[in-house]
Structure formats: C-alpha cells, structure tokens
Design a protein around this ligand. Structure first.
Ligand code: GDP
Ligand code: ZN
Length: 296
C-alpha cells in the first residue's frame, strides 16, 4: 500500500484531482461519505489496486477555510489553506462595494491578506478612485487593471505570484479573463482541468487550483460568486472591518457595537472623516445581516 500526502487541486463534486509530492497529478475518489475535501486541502491518499484512481482516506488539519452559509443554512467550505484573497470588481457589472466588503470581512476573519483588483479600466476607472484609495489607506492591496488591454496586469501578477490565493467577485467582472492573462502560454495545459474526466464524460469543475507561471496558485471557484460570510455574531462582524476593529479599544464600553452607544471612538472617527462613512454603513449592514441570521 502506498499511502502519501497530496494536495487537492480540483474538485468535481465527489471526484478530485490530486497533486502528489513528486508533482504528478492523479484522480481520486473519497473514502466514505463524511470526508469533504476542498481545493487547497492537504490529504492522505492511497493507491487502489489495479485502478488508476486513488482513494482519499483523511484530511489534514486546515490552517484556514473560506466558508459561506449554503441554501439550507449550513456552513459550506469553499476552499482551504489560503494565504491571500483577491476580490475583483469592475465598472461593468457595476461594483457593489458592500459585497466587496463582505469578502474582505471573510479575509479578516480567516487572518488572510487581501486585495481589491479593479478590472476593465479600459471602460473607465474614475468611479472607483475614491474607494480604492480608501482600501489602500486601510492597508489592503488595491490595483487597477484591464485583462483585455493588459494594462496593470504586471501589478496583479506581482501580488499573486508565490501565494495560494482565491479569486472572488461578482459574475462577469473578469475573474477568468484575469487568470487567462496571467497564464499566457501555459493556458492550454490548465484548460484540461475543466475538460473531460478519465471516463471521457464531461464533468463540471467546482473549483480548481491553477499553478501560476512565476510560482504559486490561484483558486477559481464558481461557488463564490454570490458570497456572504458565515459570521457567528456581531462582534465577529466588527472584526471583519479592520479600521473599526482597531478603534474599538478606545470606545467607552468594552462591548461597544459602534451603533448608538455614547463615547464611541468609531463614530467619532467617522465624524472627523477618519473612517469612510461608506465602510461604516457596510459594517452596520453586516451587523444587521448577522443578527437576522442569528434570529433565524
Ligand atoms: P468572470 O465571470 O468574473 O470570470 O468574468 P469573465 O472573465 O468571464 O469576463 C466577463 C466578460 O467581461 C467577458 O465578456 C470578458 O471578455 C469581459 N472582460 C474581462 N476583462 C475585461 C477588461 O479588462 N475589459 C473589458 N472591456 N472587458 C473585459
Ligand atoms: Zn464603539
């Protein structure tokens, strides 16, 4: 029996593609119904006698996971062991900054660095200038690019190279186009991931971890298009907004929710123009959303 450690690099419902430690890629099934490996997982797999398939027998402890509540209200894991989250926005479809903040909120809770990439600047960049400046001011990577013309793509490549990033954002903002640009000549090889399975049937890829030419990976997951983070409480919501979390210690009440409490450092900072009112509004919406979900 040849048991070894492997990384999940693509998932097609219950079928997986693994990269073994020597770099070879194999197809695998999962032992039992309880194990739910996702892209980025480190797993233990063993070879099945006389078969091409491998069998995943265990999932190693995860460093972190990107989750969201599914339609039945359960927490679904989208990817694991990430070290970067890239939110893509664009002028078309029009950027919804509240959705972008919800992704950034998820990154904060995972303790993962994050970037806002504003794509399609060939269609105009003015609408995003103020928001991007603010994201940069609070410590996020913020870049503008056009996957179509190539403008700004070097900066995007610099951000992603050497990391294991997940790329998220509304449908149609250009996530696939950005990945294709980054891949350049290696594109053909990667396209095989979403192609035919060994049996020759077409399978829909749920999620794939794509190697970048300069090193590192980017995880593309259609599942993250309509995202809301699974938050446990409104305190968790505050942790998701870094400039708010940083001020909370100066509030009069230790359990201040920064809504109607007196001597609130967050509201004072907003009145002094140190915190973006748009981000504060986003925070309030996230608190409301979390409380609604908690009430059921
Ligand atoms: P995804 O759903 O986020 O993966 O978006 P796609 O990569 O499929 O792109 C959606 C549409 O936007 C496609 O028609 C692309 O050709 C177009 N698109 C992507 N990037 C750019 C860009 O930089 N400029 C313009 N004008 N169109 C783009
Ligand atoms: Zn406060």
């Amino acid at each position: 029996m040849s048991e070894q450690q492997a990384t999940v690099i693509a998932t097609f419902s219950r079928r997986m593609r693994l990269r073994l430690s020597d770099g070879t890629e194999v197809e695998a099934r999962i032992k039992g119904k309880r194990l739910k490996p996702v892209c980025g997982d480190s797993v233990i797999a063993e070879r099945i006698d006389k078969e091409a398939d491998w069998l995943i027998t265990a999932i190693q402890a995860r460093q972190n996971e990107l989750t969201r509540p599914n339609l039945r209200g359960q927490v679904e894991v989208l990817a694991a062991n990430l070290d970067y989250l890239v939110v893509v926005a664009a002028p078309e479809p029009r950027a919804d900054w509240f959705i972008i903040d919800r992704y950034l909120c998820a990154a904060e809770i995972m303790h993962v660095a994050a970037a806002v990439v504003y794509n399609k600047i060939d269609l105009g960049a003015a609408a995003a200038r103020e928001e991007l400046e603010n994201y940069a001011a609070i410590g996020y990577d913020a870049v503008q690019c056009s996957a179509e013309t190539g403008q700004g793509m070097d900066a995007v490549s610099d951000l992603l190279t050497g990391r294991c990033a997940i790329i998220v954002g509304q449908s149609g903002v250009g996530k696939s186009s950005i990945i294709n640009r980054l891949l350049g000549d290696t594109l053909q090889k990667t396209a095989a991931v979403s192609g035919k399975s060994r049996e020759g049937r077409h399978t829909t890829v749920n999620s794939a971890m794509i190697p970048l030419p300069g090193g590192g990976f980017v995880i593309d997951s259609p599942g993250v298009r309509d995202y809301a983070p699974a938050l446990e409480s409104s305190t968790h919501a505050a942790q998701g907004f870094r400039e708010i979390a940083a001020l909370a210690q100066h509030c009069r009440f230790a359990n201040c929710r920064h809504l109607r409490e007196p001597n609130c450092a967050v509201k004072e900072a907003m009145e002094n123009g140190q915190i973006s009112p748009r981000r504060y509004e986003s925070y309030k919406r996230t608190v409301n959303l979390t409380e609604q979900i908690a009430r059921g």
